[in-house]
Design a protein around this ligand. Structure first.
Ligand SMILES: C[S@@+](CC[C@H](N)C(=O)[O-])C[C@H]1O[C@@H](n2cnc3c(N)ncnc32)[C@H](O)[C@@H]1O
Length: 162
């Protein structure tokens, strides 16, 4: 097993959110919230053919996250849960993943919406969202059953703030 992995951001995600509290906790709850991704011009050529995809995965660094606990009370719950059974931003490797809607691409700029990340979030990777690839047949959602509906719109609070 390698003992260290070093990534360099490929861009920056720009959103309306300046603080981790009082913002959407997942893209389904940040529906229609608009922002943009500034991809490092070195990688602009790699954006070819991406415009045909309606949704993309953004894989990013929770850059404002400090430390972690192995059990956390996640945003959509009142009980402690094992960290890896949650999407909490404080993690041993603070990596986030969000499926966002891709509206258009202009040069190295991706116009996106349905956002749940802070302004200035470093972007690690982009991948097209392909339902056929991610087919999770018979999906069970554990403790989130009955809690995950986007209709429950309550935003983040300060439990994972600085
Ligand atoms: C629960 S996480 C979910 C993110 C992603 N969809 C995932 O599942 O990995 C979203 C919350 O993390 C916090 N957050 C977002 N961007 C962050 C960043 N760059 N650094 C630290 N915390 C962040 C905010 O409180 C936001 O509501």
């Amino acid at each position: 097993m390698v003992d260290k992995v070093v990534f360099e951001p490929i861009g920056v995600i720009h959103t309306p959110f300046k603080a981790p509290e009082n913002m959407p906790v997942q893209p389904a709850r940040g529906k229609d919230i608009e922002g943009w991704v500034e991809v490092d011009p070195r990688y602009e050529e790699a954006l070819a053919d991406l415009a045909g995809f309606s949704h993309i995965y953004l894989i990013f660094h929770f850059h404002r996250s400090k430390g972690y606990s192995l059990k956390v009370v996640p945003h959509l719950d009142t009980e402690k849960r094992g960290l890896f059974a949650t999407r909490a931003p404080r993690r041993p490797n603070p990596i986030g993943i969000s499926v966002v809607r891709l509206k258009k691409i202009e040069g190295n700029k991706l116009h996106i919406c349905d956002l749940d990340m802070l302004d200035g979030t470093p972007l690690l990777d982009i991948k097209p969202c392909v339902r056929e690839f991610d087919a999770a047949n018979g999906l069970r959602i554990g403790w989130l059953d009955g809690k995950a509906s986007p209709a429950r719109t309550h935003p983040s609070d300060d439990r994972f703030a600085d």
